[in-house]
Design a protein around this ligand. Structure first.
Ligand SMILES: NC(=O)C1=CN([C@@H]2O[C@H](COP(=O)(O)OP(=O)(O)OC[C@H]3O[C@@H](n4cnc5c(N)ncnc54)[C@H](O)[C@@H]3O)[C@@H](O)[C@H]2O)C=CC1
Ligand SMILES: O=C(O)CCC(=O)C(=O)O
Length: 528
C-alpha cells in the first residue's frame, strides 16, 4: 500500500483517483507546522501540496519513503527543489489546470484597476453616492505590456486582443514566429516600461525575475500607467511601486501575490487607495482546483506505480510521443549500467553512452539517467534513482559523455556504454529485439547474444577445447543449473568470453573455484 499525505486543502473530487485506488491510502492533515510535518512524513510515499505547505530540506531529511511531491498548481517555490533532487524525490506539478483561472483573475484585476471597482464599491456600500471620484479608463486602444509569455501570459494576450488592446511582450523564449501568431510586438522589459499603459507580469519568481520591475523601470513609465501582478510577489518591487504611485507615475495597481504571504496588516500595499489586493486567488476557481488536483493525482499515481510521467519539475521534460519510444529501453539501459558496473573493476571516472539508430534522433536524457542509475546502484542501492542519478554522478566526479550516430549497424537501435575506471575501460552494448526482448549483443570486442536477467556469470578464458564442459561440470557439481550459455570469441584459439545465465546465485566459493580452472582468466558474477 502507498501512503499519500495531503497537507493543503485540495479538491476532494480532484483527488478521487487517488482516494479510490486499491493500492493507496490517503491521509488529509492540513495546517501542519514544519515540525509537525517532519514528525510524520517518514510514513508517507507521496506528499500533495498547494502553496501553503513549505516543503523544506528538513522535512525531506525525515522523509525516508517519500518518492514524490505533487504540487496542485504551477509554482513550486514552496518546495526546496535542490533538496528533493538530491534525495531522489520527484517533484511534479499541474501546470495546465489553472492557466485560465489565473488569466481571468488578471483580467478582473485589469478591469478593477481601470474602473476602481473595489474602491467604488466600498464607498457605495458605506452610503456615499460618489460618481466624480471614479472616472476610469478604457482598455480599448491602450498598450498592454505582458512580461512572461508562457501559458498564462499568452492567454492574457489573446483576450487583450479582443478588448482592442495593442500588446507588447517579452519572454526570453518568445520567438518572432510565435509573437506574430499571437499578434504581440516583441520588446524588452525597458521598452515595455516606456510604452505600456497597462503592464502585467506572468513569470515565475527566479533570481532573474526578482525585482524585474524596480525603480529604474518605474522611472521609464508613462504617467498614469496601471500595473498588475498575479504571478509572484517580488517580481515587482513592492516599495518601489508605492513610491511610483506617490510620484504620480502609477495610477493604480492590482496585486494577488506578495513577497510575504499573508502580508503583515501594516503592509504598504494593503489599504492603499490605489491598490486592489486579493489573497493569492489566481488559481482559486472550482474548475482550476479540480483540474490541478486531477492532473497531479494522476502523476503521483504514475510515479508510485513506476509508470511513465510527464510533469516532473526536477527532471527534464520529455514529450509523451518521445517517452513512448524510449520506454522499451528504460529497463535495458538500467541493466546495461548494472552489468557494466559489476564487470568493471575500479572506481568509475567516465561513462560514454552511444546511441545508434532511431534512438540517436531522440532526446535520450532519460535513458542516460537509467544507465547511470544502474551503474551507481551497484554501490548505492536504493539511494540512487533517475531523479538524482546525474547529481550522484557529479558528486563523485564521474564524467558523462553522450555520443549519437543515426548510422545503425545491424540493429534498429543500439545502446553502447563504455566505462572508464582508474583500472580499465570496458564496453557493453545492448538492444531490444522485437519479439525477443532485451539483449546484450556485445561485451568489449566480443559479439554475444545474451538475455540480461537474474544471475549471470561472465568468464574470460582462452579459447581451448573442453572449456564449456569444465565450467558446466563444476557448476553442476555445485548444484548451479545453467539456463543458457553464450561464447564469444574473435578468432579460434585466441581469447574468448562465456556468458552464462544461471538459475540461482553461485556462491563466492564456486566463483573462486571457477576462476582457478585452467585457461580461465577472470570470473565475474553479475546480479541484475
Ligand atoms: N496567482 C496565482 O494563483 C497563480 C500564479 N501563477 C504564477 O504564474 C507564473 C506563470 O505561470 P504559467 O504561465 O503557467 O507558467 P509558464 O512556465 O507557462 O510561463 C512562464 C514564462 O515566464 C517566462 N520567463 C522566465 N523568466 C523570464 C524573464 N526574466 N522575463 C520574462 N519572461 C520570463 C518563461 O520563459 C515562461 O514562458 C507561475 O510561475 C506562477 O508563479 C500561476 C498560477 C496561479
Ligand atoms: O494553489 C494555489 O492556489 C496557488 C496557485 C499558484 O500560485 C500556482 O499554481 O503557482
Amino acid at each position: 500500500m502507498y501512503k499519500v499525505l495531503v497537507s493543503d486543502p485540495i479538491s476532494d473530487l480532484g483527488i478521487r483517483q487517488l482516494s479510490e485506488a486499491d493500492d493507496v491510502i490517503v491521509d488529509k492533515k492540513t495546517g501542519l507546522s514544519e515540525d509537525e510535518l517532519t514528525a510524520i512524513i517518514g510514513e508517507y510515499d507521496a506528499l500533495l501540496v498547494r502553496s501553503q505547505t513549505k516543503v523544506t530540506a528538513k522535512i525531506m531529511q525525515a522523509a525516508a519513503r517519500l518518492k514524490v511531491i505533487g504540487r496542485a498548481g504551477v509554482g513550486v517555490d514552496n518546495i526546496d527543489l535542490e533538496a528533493a533532487t538530491q534525495r531522489g524525490i520527484v517533484v511534479v506539478n499541474a501546470p495546465d489546470g489553472n492557466t485560465i483561472a489565473t488569466c481571468e483573475l488578471t483580467f478582473a484585476m485589469l478591469m478593477a484597476v481601470a474602473r476602481q471597482i473595489p474602491q467604488a464599491y466600498k464607498k457605495t456600500v458605506s452610503g456615499e453616492w460618489d460618481r466624480k471620484s471614479f472616472v476610469g479608463v478604457e482598455l480599448r486602444n491602450k498598450v498592454l505590456g505582458v512580461i512572461g509569455m508562457g501559458r498564462i501570459g499568452s492567454e492574457v494576450a489573446k483576450r487583450a486582443k479582443v478588448f482592442g488592446m495593442e500588446i507588447v511582450g517579452y519572454d526570453p523564449f518568445l520567438t518572432q514566429e510565435r509573437a506574430d501568431k499571437l499578434g504581440v510586438k516583441l520588446a524588452t522589459v525597458d521598452e515595455i516600461a516606456s510604452q505600456a499603459d497597462f503592464i502585467t507580469v506572468h513569470t515565475p519568481l527566479t533570481n532573474e525575475t526578482r525585482n524585474l520591475i524596480d525603480r529604474p523601470q518605474f522611472q521609464l513609465m508613462k504617467k498614469g500607467v496601471r500595473i498588475v501582478n498575479c504571478a509572484r510577489g517580488g517580481i515587482i518591487n513592492e516599495q518601489a511601486l508605492v513610491e511610483a504611485i506617490e510620484e504620480g507615475i502609477v495610477a493604480g495597481a492590482g496585486f494577488d501575490v506578495f513577497v510575504e504571504e499573508p502580508p503583515a496588516p501594516d503592509h504598504p500595499l494593503l489599504n492603499h487607495p490605489k491598490i486592489v489586493v486579493t489573497p493569492h486567488l489566481g488559481a482559486s476557481t472550482v474548475e482550476a482546483q479540480e483540474n490541478v488536483a486531477i492532473d497531479v493525482s494522476e502523476e503521483v499515481l504514475h510515479i508510485l506505480r513506476n509508470e511513465p510521467f510527464k510533469n516532473a519539475v526536477n527532471m527534464p521534460p520529455v514529450p509523451p510521443i518521445v517517452l513512448n519510444k524510449l520506454q522499451p529501453y528504460f529497463a535495458l539501459s538500467e541493466k546495461l549500467g548494472r552489468f557494466l558496473g559489476q564487470m568493471t573493476e575500479g572506481p568509475a571516472q567516465e561513462i560514454t553512452v552511444g546511441f545508434t539508430g532511431e534512438l540517436a534522433d531522440l532526446d535520450t536524457t532519460h535513458l542516460n539517467r537509467y544507465i547511470v542509475k544502474g551503474l551507481l546502484s551497484n554501490h548505492l542501492g536504493g539511494d540512487v534513482n533517475i531523479v538524482n542519478a546525474m547529481h550522484m554522478a557529479k558528486l563523485r566526479d564521474i564524467k558523462i559523455v553522450v555520443q549519437k550516430s543515426s548510422a545503425s549497424e545491424s540493429f534498429t537501435n543500439l545502446i553502447t556504454v563504455t566505462l572508464k575506471t582508474d583500472k580499465e575501460t570496458r564496453t557493453l552494448a545492448g538492444t531490444v529485439l522485437e519479439g525477443y526482448g532485451e539483449r546484450i549483443v556485445k561485451i568489449d570486442k566480443y559479439t554475444v547474444d545474451a538475455s540480461p536477467e537474474g544471475a549471470m556469470l561472465l568468464i574470460s578464458h582462452n579459447d581451448k577445447p573442453g572449456m564449456v564442459g569444465r565450467v558446466g561440470t563444476l557448476l553442476g557439481m555445485n548444484d548451479v543449473n545453467i539456463a543458457s550459455m553464450q561464447v564469444g570469441r574473435k578468432e579460434a584459439g585466441g581469447s574468448a568470453i562465456m556468458v552464462l545465465a544461471i538459475d540461482k546465485h553461485a556462491s563466492a566459493e564456486v566463483v573462486n573455484e571457477l576462476s582457478k580452472l585452467p585457461e580461465i582468466m577472470k570470473v565475474k558474477q553479475i546480479i541484475l
